[in-house]
Design a protein around this ligand. Structure first.
Ligand code: ACO
Length: 374
């Protein structure tokens, strides 16, 4: 096989069809089930976006109410999860903790043991809802535990976004802050065949179960070339310190051939369609909190890096500082991405199962020629 036939990183390869989302780098647009993500971010509760991704349509008022009721009933942590959290080292990375707990949730699901139960589409929708409802409670508990605090029980009088922040901080921030958080969840929910979603689809393609596919997806999301970049962006901001240090810091980083986290994208080469919406949301938080230092650093690094390399920010660049202002610890940023993206992952797992072909690419061998023992 000629080297030219090898599509390293599957760059440019179309692997399958999907009806869940459309990423169009030419028009810099992103559609979930046909709706522009900006319109959804401007108008929809996150629960409605999950419903849309799974069912193909936005819910009407009665459907949304019923969906929210089911979601709220599934929020509380099982006592075995509380016990598991106590066994995990306090300094374990939150991505590893959440991955472990999601794996445990799979062991609670007795329907997996039924013949054919692994891939029953009716059961998979319920499992997706269960993970969607549990993840905020898990992530909030992980954040509180890192601060030496007890978990806070979910409130069933609050919607997804307000309840998530309530369980994390024990108080409700301003309406504007809750709205920024909701927007970040909507923007993070789905993005076609990115690395973690593709991982989930590969696992689903073996007719493994939904929990296993989500656990694998979490592993893929952790890497800083993918979801881990929102954490890495904040480490960079901390390292640079303030806007006036941007130029010498960047001189040094580029001389060392470092990748600047939060910039660049495999599909978007002229800017990420989600960034303007998230940047506007971040600006609202900066105005409300008075954290103009962070805003100045953000602008200075973007201006300097784009001028030098012509590589634009991706969604992780504005979401990192937004989560910082909201009060999350840096290591908890990527688990927030899990809570959002579990909607897209599970939609893809169900789509893969509905029209499955085992995903099994080929490789070109470049090791030693055939040889024999002795
Ligand atoms: N900093 C410095 N240089 C970069 C960056 C960056 N962030 N991104 C791309 N480049 C350079 C590469 O070094 C390479 O240069 P070269 O041709 O001189 O070797 C060129 O641009 C092409 O980059 P690749 O990494 O080959 O392009 P690819 O499409 O594989 O990369 C990726 C996409 C992995 C996201 C890359 O831009 C990157 O590493 N960015 C930083 C990590 C990041 O922010 N990830 C989040 C992705 S979005 C998300 O998950 C929400």
């Amino acid at each position: 096989m000629a080297d030219a036939d090898i599509k390293k990183g599957l760059a440019g390869v179309v692997v399958d069809t999907t009806a869940i989302s459309k990423v169009n780098p030419e028009t810099n647009s992103l559609l979930y089930r046909g709706y522009p993500v900006q319109e959804l971010a401007a108008t929809q509760p996150f629960e409605a976006v999950a419903f849309l991704l799974w069912s193909g349509e936005l819910p009407d008022a009665a459907q949304l109410e019923a969906f929210q009721k089911s979601e709220r009933a599934l929020r509380p942590l099982d006592e075995r999860t509380v016990a598991l959290l106590d066994l995990i080292p306090l300094d374990a990375h939150p991505m590893d903790v959440v991955r472990t707990v999601v794996s445990q949730l799979g062991t609670f699901d007795e329907t997996l043991n039924r013949p054919g139960g692994w891939t029953d589409p009716d059961l998979d929708l319920g499992r997706a809802l269960y993970l969607f409802a549990q993840l905020p409670t898990i992530v909030a508990a992980v954040q509180r535990r890192r601060r030496g605090l007890e978990p806070i029980a979910p409130r069933d009088d609050l919607d997804y976004s307000a309840n998530f922040l309530w369980m994390t901080f024990g108080e409700l921030p301003s309406e504007a802050a809750i709205d920024v958080f909701r927007i970040s969840m909507v923007l993070y929910a789905e993005h076609s065949f990115n690395a973690s979603t593709f991982t989930a689809r590969v696992i689903a393609s073996t007719t493994s179960d939904l929990y296993s596919a989500v656990v694998g997806a979490i592993g893929a999301l952790k890497g800083p070339l993918h979801g881990g970049a929102n954490e890495a962006v904040m480490h960079i901001f901390d390292e640079i310190g303030s806007a006036e240090n941007v130029v010498p810091w960047l001189d040094d980083a580029l001389a060392k051939k470092k990748k600047i986290m939060g910039f660049g994208h495999r599909v978007y080469k002229n800017g990420d369609s989600r960034v303007p919406t998230m940047k506007a949301a971040l600006d609202r938080l900066i105005a409300e909190s008075g954290r103009t230092d962070l805003g100045e650093l953000y602008d200075a690094l973007e201006k300097e890096f784009v001028a030098r390399k012509g590589i634009y920010p991706n969604l992780d660049y504005p979401s990192g500082p937004a989560y910082n202002i909201l009060g999350f610890e840096t290591e908890v940023f990527t688990p927030l991405f899990i809570a959002a993206r579990v909607t897209g992952w599970t939609a893809h797992i169900m789509e893969q199962a509905a029209s499955n072909a085992l995903i099994r690419p080929l490789s070109a061998y470049n090791g030693v020629d055939e040889r024999h023992v002795s």
